[in-house]
Design a protein around this ligand. Structure first.
Ligand code: DX5
Ligand code: ZN
Length: 226
């Protein structure tokens, strides 16, 4: 199974579990599965590439079996200095794909080959300071399955969407022919513009988990982009 099998109707909304209520994590995942969600976004921050330490394999191991049993997958965003160091443990803990930052990757082809050697899908992600051209070059070298355009500075959920993101996505769309993902401040208010710009994978943290009913927020956001 690969990204091309995971994306339904050309579009996915991916709840970013970093924004979940961790006391009720399993319950919230089950509600989202019940609402039809199958691709979950999982953020790992190392406290160095981004300021916070977020979550890692120990959490992945708890949630992956239930998600996989329901036919779902875990898309892991590694906000870390040394992604390769983590691939083996992520794969063993239930990750299905890993996305690494171009800002810390001198040899994207080698990093991607390492991930694929562990049976993982491959994404390449770039920060607001990085040009779409540089991201596209890395994604092509890596043979990436997806490219993620950050619409915030990575690190925390709940930040304001950066209005330059749709333009950056539109530029990226002229340079790559793999699905474009967007992460940061995504919600019903900007999803249409992002879709129009060329994004097809919508990561949403606070707009889903900050809502009273995450499953309902998920359904609404999916309906806004399908
Ligand atoms: C932050 C993470 C995001 C975050 C998104 O660096 O990469 O996935 O959880 O949260 P929102 O949607 O609230 O910006
Ligand atoms: Zn993320």
């Amino acid at each position: 199974m690969a990204w091309s099998d995971w994306i339904r109707d050309g579009v996915e909304v991916e709840p970013s579990l970093y924004a979940a209520d961790f006391r009720r994590l399993g319950e919230q995942i089950d509600a989202l599965l019940g609402a039809g969600c199958r691709v979950f976004h999982f953020d790992c921050g190392d406290g160095h590439f981004v300021p916070p330490v977020t979550m890692g394999p120990v959490v992945l191991r708890s949630i992956a079996p239930g998600i996989h049993a329901a036919g779902g997958v875990l898309d892991c965003h590694l906000m870390v200095d040394d992604p390769v160091h983590h691939f083996e443990e992520f794969a063993a803990s239930g990750a299905d794909s890993v996305t690494f930052h171009v800002e810390v990757t001198a040899d994207p082809a080698a990093v991607a080959a390492n991930a694929r050697g562990h049976g993982l899908g491959v994404g390449v992600v770039f920060n607001p300071e990085t040009t779409p051209a540089r991201a596209a070059e890395a994604a092509t070298a890596a043979g990436a399955d997806i490219v993620l355009c950050m619409s915030i500075h990575p690190g925390y959920s709940g930040q304001a969407f950066m209005p330059e993101a749709p333009g950056r996505i539109a530029e990226l769309a002229t340079l790559v022919d793999v699905p474009i993902q967007v992460d940061g401040g995504v919600g019903e208010d900007n999803a249409g513009a992002l879709r129009e710009a060329g994004a097809s994978l919508f990561i949403a943290g606070s707009s889903i988990f900050g809502a009273g009913e995450p499953a309902e927020a998920y359904r609404r956001l999916r309906a806004a982009v399908v």
